[in-house]
Design a protein around this ligand. Structure first.
Ligand code: FES
Ligand SMILES: [Fe+2]
Length: 348
């Protein structure tokens, strides 16, 4: 039950090369590789003969040779060679997915290829903007992908799950505003005149005892992107009115791609606009954010294990407003797609 007509992140750019990489996306096996000219390709990683994973085979120029009986497929997925006979059956092909390389990610369209317009790719320009540096990585999620989207939209968990890095006590009770623009959701939080979170203090070089005005503005876009504009500036210097020059700003960029109903791939980056000449910042940012996200992964896995035991009554709170709306949007988009999709796609 996924939104299929959407661009998802399938891999980091450096993960795709002249050795095939298998990844299950939206329940389908995909083999990524680059053609000899460097252009990325994504083929169904399931041979149309006996379902062997093509990614266990080898690249012969721009074609893929199946490891089992040697059928060869070109980058469009068409079978071009059957070693055991001269005739190549017309139906011998594997799916080829539209792919675009942008902002250090390899984007893939798992739905109707006719609808794959690159203009629809979500904006993650920070990773290519000379005014920003970034550190990023990926994690495997042992839980349904929407549990992670929930996690990113309700950051009242910060003081409990990440007390040593991101949370301060004031966070749980901070005021927030949820706004909608079409299917996009924005959650704006300002914590005024509070001690900085440990990670922000370190990144912003705030002197001991200095209070900050801290912002955290999360934006959700379907199917499962969350971008967080976060930062802290010395209290009372006008950050909330638009002058962020007395502090530091980071963008936490998250692209989550379902693997199965109960697992996902999590691609994330943390962009920052300070100390750009200092390479160690990128490593530190990556390491700090990764450590916090591993705490989230542990919680998500535990939630999923409990949920797998069967339905149980739950209570929704005021803080859940944004992700409740997010789930309604995703459910509606899935339903709309299934109403209009050909039966074979709907069944998938
Ligand atoms: S399974 Fe691929 S050639 Fe037989
Ligand atoms: Fe978290």
């Amino acid at each position: 039950m996924f939104i299929r007509n959407a661009w998802y992140v399938g891999a980091w750019d450096h993960e795709v090369g002249r050795v095939m990489r298998r990844r299950i996306l939206l329940g389908e096996p995909v083999a990524f590789f680059r053609r000899e000219d460097g252009v990325p390709v994504a083929l169904e990683d399931r041979c149309c003969h006996r379902q062997a994973p093509l990614s266990l085979g080898k690249l012969v120029g721009n074609t893929v040779e199946c490891p089992y009986h040697g059928l060869q497929f070109d980058a469009t997925g068409a079978c071009v060679k059957v070693p055991s006979q001269d005739r190549v059956p017309a139906s011998a092909r594997v799916k080829s997915y539209p792919v675009v390389e942008r902002n250090h990610w390899i984007w893939i369209w798992m739905g109707d290829p006719a609808k794959a317009d690159p203009a629809l790719i979500e904006d993650f320009h920070w990773m290519d903007d000379p005014h920003w540096g970034f550190g990023g990585s990926s994690l495997h999620v042992d839980a349904n992908y929407l549990l992670l989207v929930e996690n990113l939209l309700d950051t009242t968990h910060l003081p409990f799950l990440h007390p040593e890095s991101l949370g301060t006590g004031a966070f749980a009770r901070s005021e927030f505003e949820v706004t909608r623009e079409g299917d996009r959701i924005k959650v704006t939080r300002w914590l005024m005149d509070q001690p900085p979170a440990p990670f922000h203090q370190r990144m912003g070089d705030f002197a001991d005892g200095v209070n900050v005005d801290r912002w955290q503005i999360a934006q959700f876009a379907p199917p499962s992107f969350v971008k967080l504009d976060v930062g802290s500036a010395i209290a009372g210097t006008g950050a909330r009115q638009g002058d962020r020059s007395k502090g530091m700003n980071m963008f936490n960029l998250n692209a989550i791609t379902p693997e199965t109903e109960k697992t996902a791939h999590y691609f994330w980056a943390q962009a920052y606009n300070f100390k750009l000449d200092q390479r160690w910042i990128s490593d530190l940012v990556r390491q700090q954010v990764n450590a916090a996200f591993l705490q989230d992964m542990t919680m998500l896995t535990a939630q999923q294990q409990n949920m797998d035991l069967g339905p149980s009554p739950v209570v929704n709170l005021g803080q859940d407003k944004a992700w409740v709306a997010m789930r309604q949007i995703v459910a509606r988009l899935v339903a709309e797609e299934q109403q209009t999709a050909p039966r074979s796609v709907a069944a998938a």
